[in-house]
Design a protein around this ligand. Structure first.
Ligand SMILES: NC(=O)c1ccc[n+]([C@@H]2O[C@H](COP(=O)([O-])OP(=O)(O)OC[C@H]3O[C@@H](n4cnc5c(N)ncnc54)[C@H](O)[C@@H]3O)[C@@H](O)[C@H]2O)c1
Length: 667
């Protein structure tokens, strides 16, 4: 007899082996990973995988898992994929003893939903390697633990592996997640390949491994804000008739097409994977697709003339697109790149001159040759970009390690002093315009999974922000207005995929006031069920990443990770429902430490107390660090926060006069 959803969750790892399921070719699967383990290590990987199962099954499972390891480079335990649909059901449908745990199950399920996840059968949510779990046994065990847990327990998770439920207390986080935490000297890309193949570590990306990914909306919003502000770098006359050229129509990069249109520009996006092009086109984010460069150029000229806000995909390699623009002298106003260069050798970047299929074979079978091809391709790409930049294009790194990997490849991206020729989007845009003032990607999810609740929360958020905007200082007016406009139009843009989620950028005051208003509305029944609060890790305080989130920190501390670690510790004892800290994230393994939280608002007094304490810290920690790094916007913001809360006492920097210092060096 087929078991229902609840009993399958409560069963955890089934006692009897489920039927082996055929490999579904219609699903977007993760690329085959590098064959990195020695035979001895492969034996270890098998022993590690078999730990999850009763000994009586080992004879059957051992050869099956070895086959997976050989074919895919990882042991996913495909046989244990559940037969029910994994999706953000309403909170009450998840079996639970405490609602906080049920909310986490909802969020986790959303991250594995076929409509949301990039490689759902490999438990990868986005970014090519952003994993929720390493294998299906971990998923099943975790769901069972969550279903059983009480408010006096905390689930401890090591890179997808649920170590177990430990006694704690009701104000403690229900789940503590660590992903990819390794000894710093063991944090090169091949270490990830090896530890992941052994089944002992995983790449949680930013929000995948913390169950906080909400589908493409978050990234559409962030990208819209970035493109709007990038546009302000080249003039205040808007983006009408201006060209924004970039690459990638994947998990996050796909947002560029939609964002370009919302921002009013002509977006031209190169994408080498026909499946990715098809997904974005059929979903309506890409308006038109071209495989012929001359036809594409004609269409661009028409769009420019008519000042159309439109997104055009080039189905092919981005290098060919850039070289064509450079050769034909096409004017490009804004340029970027969003291939997955945080993962350059295992499917993140497809070199020019090879077909998509040829690359997939070469990266697995001839990794050294493939690496050379990637590096040659990056050099060509940069040469074309340099040519267009010399004619006035504003180019920015989109936090995908493009400049970093290009420099490692020997491309011409460095200035004489060793710094990059182009800014990162955080250095020029997000950092000084948003993060230093505490503005970051605050989000919420309605656990009823009812669109009506989302509508109500949108209306509440607009009301709260409009009230704050009336007395907000001039320094933050632009950010407030961009976000009020966004939230007013949010329903129209139809960006909800999966859970009923919303995102906007707000500072500490905005986040706290919105959260308070939600909690009140839940208490009085206006909103029908609890709401989960969270944020992208890509925020003011959560992430230390010298080439991205903290790239506008110039006191030398951009290579430290104290802020992210302090943040997650601080969130955990101020009332977060779950916390997570990751090595990896958007720019690559070893290049970033990032953390986040989730918090359930259930209308209670406890939730009210927790939200105030935690959200205040969660934003002001980063502002204080940015202020100490002498960032003027942050000095302004932290002084304002101290004025509003006398219990906050932050050490402020004194600004040394360059003249005094230069004199000592005879400058
Ligand atoms: N947008 C942001 O704010 C933001 C934030 C964080 C990180 N990023 C970074 O952006 C990158 C992309 O993220 P994603 O989730 O979209 O990854 P993804 O892997 O889903 O998408 C990247 C796409 O680039 C395509 N591609 C690779 N090489 C190409 C080439 N030479 N020509 C044309 N297309 C090519 C791939 O086929 C893929 O579809 C990641 O490195 C991510 O960390 C962006």
């Amino acid at each position: 007899m087929k078991k229902d959803f609840k009993s399958q969750i409560l069963e955890g790892i089934p006692k009897e082996l489920p039927e082996l399921q055929p490999y579904d070719k219609n699903i977007n699967h993760a690329p085959k990973r590098k064959d990195i383990l020695t035979d001895e290590e492969k034996k270890l990987a098998l022993k590690n995988a078999l730990r999850y199962f009763d000994k009586k099954h080992h004879e059957i499972l051992a050869p099956e898992f070895l086959d997976e390891l050989k074919k895919y480079g990882r042991i996913y335990m495909y046989r244990f994929r559940p037969s029910y649909k994994i999706t953000a059901r309403s909170i009450e449908e998840f079996p639970h003893k405490c609602r906080q745990a049920a909310a986490i199950m909802l969020m986790l399920s959303n991250n594995l939903d076929h409509a949301v996840a990039q490689h759902p059968h490999e438990l990868i949510t986005y970014g090519g390697n952003g994993a929720v779990f390493q294998n299906w046994a971990q998923y099943r065990l975790t769901m069972k633990y969550l279903a059983e847990m009480t408010e006096e327990q905390t689930l401890v998770m090591y890179s997808g592996h649920p170590m177990g439920l430990f006694p704690s207390h009701k104000d403690a986080p229900r789940v503590v997640v660590t992903n990819g935490m390794v000894i710093p000297n063991y944090s090169k890309p091949d270490h990830w390949e090896k530890f992941n193949a052994l089944g002992v570590s995983q790449y949680g990306q930013m929000t995948a491994g913390s169950f906080m990914y909400i589908g493409p909306q978050g990234i559409v919003h962030g990208t819209t804000i970035t493109v709007l502000n990038a546009g302000r770098k080249i003039g205040n006359d808007g983006l009408g008739g201006k060209l924004f050229v970039t690459s990638g129509l994947g998990g996050m990069s796909g947002a560029q097409a939609k964002a370009a249109v919302i921002a009013g520009a002509i977006g031209v996006i190169g994408e080498v994977n026909p499946k990715a092009v098809h997904t974005r086109h059929s979903q309506g984010w890409v308006d038109e697709v071209y495989a012929d460069l001359d036809k594409l150029l004609k269409r661009i000229e028409k769009a420019r003339k008519n000042k159309e806000a439109i997104s055009l995909a080039y189905q092919g390699n981005i290098v060919d697109l850039w070289e064509k623009f450079a050769k034909d002298g096409i004017k490009v106003e804004l340029g970027s790149d969003q291939t997955s260069l945080h993962n350059p050798w295992a499917g993140g970047y497809y070199p020019a001159g090879l077909s998509f299929e040829e690359s997939n074979i070469m990266m697995a079978e001839e990794p050294d040759k493939f690496k050379k091809k990637v590096q040659e391709s990056l050099k060509r790409q940069v040469a074309a970009i340099n040519k267009l930049a010399s004619k006035g294009m504003y180019f920015f790194d989109y936090g995908n390690a493009f400049l970093l990997e290009s420099s490692r490849a020997g491309a011409d991206v460095l200035k004489k002093d060793g710094s990059f020729k182009y800014p990162s989007y955080v250095q020029d845009i997000m950092g000084p315009m948003c993060f230093d003032f505490g503005f970051g990607p605050f989000r919420w999810v309605c656990t009823s999974s009812d669109p009506e609740d989302l509508k109500k929360t949108d209306a509440i958020a607009v009301k709260v922000l409009e009230k704050i905007a009336k007395t907000a200082p001039a320094e933050i007016t632009q950010q407030m207005q961009d976000n009020i406009r966004w939230i007013r139009e949010a329903q129209k843009n139809k960006l909800v995929v999966g859970s009923q989620a919303r995102i906007l950028y707000a500072d500490a005051e905005g986040r706290i006031k919105i959260a308070e208003a939600f909690n009140k509305a839940i208490k009085n029944g206006e909103i029908s069920a609890p709401v989960v609060l969270g944020r992208d890790h890509h925020d003011v305080s959560g992430t230390d990443s010298p080439y991205r989130e903290t790239s506008n920190i110039y006191d030398g501390s951009q290579f430290t990770a104290d802020m992210a670690i302090q943040n997650v510790i601080g969130d955990s004892f101020r009332g977060a429902t779950w916390v997570s800290i990751h090595n990896g994230g958007g720019v690559g393994w070893g290049e970033v430490i990032n953390g986040g939280f989730g918090m359930l608002l259930d209308g209670s007094k406890d939730a009210d107390r927790r939200l105030r304490s935690m959200l205040f810290w969660d934003v002001n920690n980063g502002i204080s660090r940015r202020s100490w790094a002498r960032n003027e916007g942050a000095v302004f913001a932290i002084k304002r926060a101290m004025k509003n809360n006398p219990d906050l006492k932050v050490t402020l920097p004194n600004f040394a006069d360059d003249k005094i210092i230069n004199k000592l060096f005879n400058v």
